[in-house]
Design a protein around this ligand. Structure first.
Ligand code: BTN
Length: 231
């Protein structure tokens, strides 16, 4: 991977609806000037599975990368999982399948992987400076500053994460990523809600990056691409 780590080579926006949607618009129009898009504020940030993602000004990292060199990758979700590993290495946090960043049992950030015209577009959102969260998520979310005093600079942290991501080995299958993921894994034993509506307990990650779990006494697998959410 060869993404620019110096923010002077990125498209840095003061405010945008979503870095992900903006990167995708530029990709579709053929007007991309950088594979990295960062915004200091998102007004309509997107999470996985149609959820929204808050990125308040000056308090969060919101960055999307366009991985044109990985066009038609056979398992694009592995690239999202590799970005999660890069963030875990840069931020010293833990990982929960499929690519959530956790600190002290609370969600610090997440990764959104989309494929447009065969090209993976990966968005990274990290809570940096929030001193408190809206009441609906206050018990589940954490920021870096709540964990350890800041300040935290989005450009510097984005750069650190991309430098780690550039070290990712060629990714064909889960086995290429598993040794790194395992260093940060906090998935085993966690509860997940399956697409079927059943509750499941995580027992591992399978050969293609899928979740292995048990639900109603039976072993089940869930593809990262079709995952519902981690409860
Ligand atoms: C999740 O649901 O855990 C994934 C959150 C991903 C949020 C990031 S912020 C940068 C990029 N732009 C978006 O609109 N979403 C992603």
């Amino acid at each position: 991977m060869n993404l620019p780590t110096d923010s002077s080579a990125w498209l840095v926006l003061d405010s945008v609806d979503s870095t992900q949607d903006h990167a995708i618009r530029l990709l579709r129009e053929g007007t991309m000037t950088s594979p990295v898009v960062l915004a200091h504020e998102q007004t309509a940030g997107k999470g996985r599975l149609g959820r929204s993602w808050d990125s308040p000004r000056g308090e969060s990292l919101a960055l999307s990368v366009v991985l044109a060199e990985h066009k038609d990758h056979s398992r694009p979700w592995l690239l999202g999982m590799a970005m999660a590993c890069a963030a875990a290495a840069a931020l010293h946090c833990r990982l929960r399948w499929p690519n959530d960043l956790y600190l002290g049992g609370k969600k610090l950030g997440g990764i959104l992987t989309e494929v447009v015209q065969g090209i993976p577009v990966i968005g990274i959102g990290v809570n940096l400076g929030q001193k408190e969260f809206p009441s609906e998520i206050a018990s589940k979310a954490i920021s870096l500053v709540q964990h350890r005093d800041g300040p935290y600079d989005a450009l510097a942290i984005g750069s650190k994460i991309l430098a780690q991501f550039n070290r990712t080995p060629p990714l064909h299958d889960w086995a290429d990523l598993a040794p790194v993921w395992d260093m940060f894994d906090d998935t085993l034993g966690k509860n997940y809600l399956l697409p079927s509506g059943d509750e499941a307990k995580a027992i591992g990650i399978g050969p293609h990056g899928e979740l292995l779990c048990t639900a109603n006494g039976e072993a089940r697998t869930v593809l990262a691409a079709g995952a519902i959410f981690g409860a």
